[in-house]
Design a protein around this ligand. Sequence first.
Ligand SMILES: [Fe+2]
Length: 358
Amino acid sequence: MFKNFKSVERTVYGRGAFNQLDEIIGAKRRKSGDFAVFLLDSVFQNHPLANRVPLHDEDLLVFVDVNAHEPTTELIDGLVNMVKAHAGRPIAVAGIGGGSLMDSAKAVSLMLTNPGSSVDYQGWDLVKKPGVFHIGIPTIAGTGAEVSRTAVLTGPTRKLGLNSDYTIFDQIVLDPELLAGVPKEQRFYTGMDCYIHSVESLVGHFLNPFSGAYGEKSLDMCVDVFMNPNLDRTDADDQLMVASYLGGLSLTYSRVGACHALSYGLSYVHGTKHGYANCLVFNHLQDFYPEGVETFKKMMQVQGIELPQNLSANWTDDELSRMADISMGMEILWEHAIGLDWKKKFGKEEIISYFKKL
Ligand SMILES: [Fe+2]
């Protein structure tokens, strides 16, 4: 059986595309009482972007803080209750921010139409009903969350996405102008999430020409963004936004691999943010991705990025064991990275040995 790949239905791309948001949502407003929900990353509180949100009287604007922690099932359930208490079911949910905000918007949209707690839907294809019309507007590029079929949430027992066709955005607005204020480090770590998506999807058991075409182009664009001295920030951001989109598509029809499997364990136990966790891990994955890691190190050099060393010196055996357990659970990623018989070649001990390199 081949995957029946569903993609985002509509995409607007271009500088200033954010200004079309009112028109896009307006097409859904039919009667009085219809309202839209805008979830905006709390970093934009008191930022000019907050004043550009096309808010109508009945709409709800919520600043969501996903900076200290990535979204949790508790956060999503709370937001859903807040929206329901506002005026019932909205006509649209728009998420404006980074990958965590994209995931929050997707999850809120789904939980407005599916009963129970978001914890009940952590897994594959557990969501039974389409969510509210949902729109993703990334303000940082690289996560691929704008095209992915998952909304990654940290729950009481695991970090796992609401993975379903219904999760995919109905509409995305890709406006590279919104990337202008992203600080250098954050831009690099999130950009590297995209680079690593491409490297991992291009090396492994599930690679195929369909996925490979997206992955190769995304990889080239990422390397250009972070290595080409002739590219100014504007041109680079225009490219990075597309690279993120293509990298996300690449992994949809292939898989990510060893870096993501390990970084999930790191993030779960230590709360490390996804892009940064990936960089910490990828830096030590020469065995899996020799060329990819070599280029990664060059990009770090060009961008003046330094990663901390000896982090693992402060980790207890219990922490390492829990990190490894989470990582081991990412079976489909190890299947891609090592092969369907990965368990014969690779186990908890090997995983811990990689964590100890950090
Ligand atoms: Fe990722």
